[in-house]
Design a protein around this ligand. Structure first.
Ligand SMILES: Cc1cc2nc3c(=O)[nH]c(=O)nc-3n(C[C@H](O)[C@H](O)[C@H](O)COP(=O)(O)OP(=O)(O)OC[C@H]3O[C@@H](n4cnc5c(N)ncnc54)[C@H](O)[C@@H]3O)c2cc1C
Length: 465
């Protein structure tokens, strides 16, 4: 079995297949594993994540993958989310003893910068989501953007910007007028309403690439191999199936089956043009539109932040992560990482301008940072961080099986029902492994169930007879 791409989709599939007895050869073009969810060392010696990555309690497949590869202990869980508004008011979101879907209601009642009537309207909209019991595809949702759905449910502009947007732009990496409502409602149902653990934030205690140490061992245990710095240049097709993959220098590698787990634009570059034009499943990938994320990394000469992370309202900076603390510091200084999702406005701006803008915001939110000296900074712009979950995007996402009998696909962009996230990538990897195992006559379930709906949410989620 050849797996092309060592991101979460390729790794999760390769590990699942190796555990089922397959000999897997994983070819990754970069010198490290993890793809978009990886880390590397800057020339100055600092370990930086490609961008801070977080997971949620509802991401059950990613959780399973971390356990399989011995990385679960490297993820810290936080059940206290701190929001800071423009005036510096802080509010904590934390589960109360009330049963789901009401467990977060007391926290939401104290959400900052909103009037009583706005809180009330948010409560009603949350109830409307809860009443759907996770069935978010039809009814008043069909064909709508999240913004249209929120306006239909009488949400004010302030509530849309300060509450719904804060959660969804980060979770889905696009603006509310570009997000299909089904995706937005799914986030609230799975993370905030169905189960009391769904909203808990998982944050790595180590640089991202250290999470994948166990993958190599799992693959090698079955006689397989992980080959870094090995870009595949072309997938050669003959007689309606993959004959080989071409590597640098023109030599070829062959296997019984091939899994393409590279991003969708790389898939289009690897397959022959006539195959892409003749198969809508491949040609349609061109319709998936990319959406950007910008990360800003700041190193200060002293400690400037006590919280592990903060979520900001009404600012360009959306999240501040205290990396020194998350990595188990404090040391002599502070390393902060800021995240801005759907950062279309920042893409054309010079790096120094972005640093100045974000530094000014950090100094307003964290008074200790005003006295501190900024020692070093860097900006990482990911123009194609994820595909945009815009209305109708699901119809362009292919299944993991292709019309070619020995070619399979995996990636956060394949059909999983989930947005482009680490959970979506692992789901795609497990789904691809299930298809490969079934076609080899050894079917085995890999996908993990969602967190069960609890309390009244369990009752709301019951299928209507
Ligand atoms: C800035 C940023 C922040 C994000 N934040 C979060 C977050 O907080 N939480 C979350 O859940 N998700 C987040 N995501 C999304 C998440 O990173 C992705 O959804 C997930 O990692 C995608 O995994 P993948 O395996 O599908 O693709 P990738 O990670 O892109 O993996 C594809 C791999 O294929 C390799 N490859 C490509 N071409 C070839 C070739 N020709 N030969 C060999 N190898 C090749 C690439 O080098 C890469 O390693 C973020 C993404 C970005 C960019």
């Amino acid at each position: 079995m050849i797996v092309i791409g060592g991101g979460l989709a390729g790794l999760s599939s390769a590990v699942a297949l190796a555990e089922s007895g397959f000999r897997v050869r994983l070819l990754e073009r970069r010198p490290f594993l993890g793809g978009r969810a990886s880390s590397y060392v800057l020339p100055g010696g600092e370990h930086v994540d490609n961008c801070q990555h977080v997971t949620l309690g509802c991401c059950t497949n990613l959780d399973d993958f971390y356990r399989r590869v011995g990385a679960a202990g490297k993820i810290a869980t936080y059940d206290r989310l701190v929001f800071v508004d423009r005036e510096g008011r802080r509010a904590v979101m934390q589960a109360s003893p009330l049963p789901p879907p009401l467990h977060l209601a007391p926290s939401l009642a104290f959400y900052p910068s909103l009037s009583w009537s706005e809180h009330n309207a948010i409560g009603h909209a949350m109830l409307a989501i809860a009443r759907r019991g996770g069935q978010n595809a039809g009814g008043d949702v069909a064909g709508k953007t999240m913004l249209e759905w929120l306006r239909l449910h009488r949400q004010s502009e302030a509530a849309i910007r300060r509450f719904w947007g804060v959660v969804l732009v980060s979770a889905l990496n696009d603006e509310l007028d570009r997000i299909e409502a089904r995706y937005g409602l799914d986030v609230f149902w799975k993370a905030f309403l169905a189960n009391r653990a769904g909203y808990k934030l998982g944050i790595p205690r180590v640089p991202l690439s250290e999470l994948y140490d166990g993958c190599r061992a799992a693959i090698e245990h079955q006689g397989g191999e992980v080959v870094l710095r090995s870009p595949v240049r072309r997938v050669r097709i003959a007689d309606g199936q993959v004959a080989a993959v071409e590597m640098d220098g023109g030599y070829e590698e062959t296997a019984d089956a091939y899994l393409l787990a590279a991003p969708q634009d790389a898939v289009l570059a690897l397959l022959p043009a006539d195959l892409i034009e003749s198969e809508p499943l491949f040609a349609n990938l061109r319709h998936l539109r990319p959406s950007p994320i910008t990360g800003v990394h700041l190193w200060f000469d002293r400690e400037v932040m006590s919280e592990p992370f903060l979520i900001l309202l009404d600012r360009t900076t959306q999240w501040i992560f205290n990396k020194s603390r998350l990595y188990g510091g404090p040391g002599d200084g502070s390393y902060l990482q800021l995240v801005i999702s759907a950062s279309y406005d920042l893409l054309p701006r010079p790096r120094q301008e972005i640093i100045d803008l974000c530094l000014a915001e950090v100094r307003e939110v964290l008074p200790e940072a005003s006295a501190a000296k900024l020692l070093k900074s860097t900006v990482i712009k990911e123009a194609a961080a994820t595909f945009s979950p815009e209305p109708g995007s699901d119809r362009w996402r292919p299944p993991q099986r292709t019309p070619l009998p020995n070619l399979y696909l995996a990636g956060d962009w394949t059909a999983t029902g989930w947005p482009a996230t680490m959970e979506g990538a692992v789901r795609s990897g497990y789904q691809a492994a299930e298809a490969i195992l079934a076609d080899a006559g050894a079917p085995k379930r890999q996908l993990q169930p969602d967190l069960p709906a609890e309390g009244f949410a369990a009752w709301l989620a019951q299928p209507i007879p």
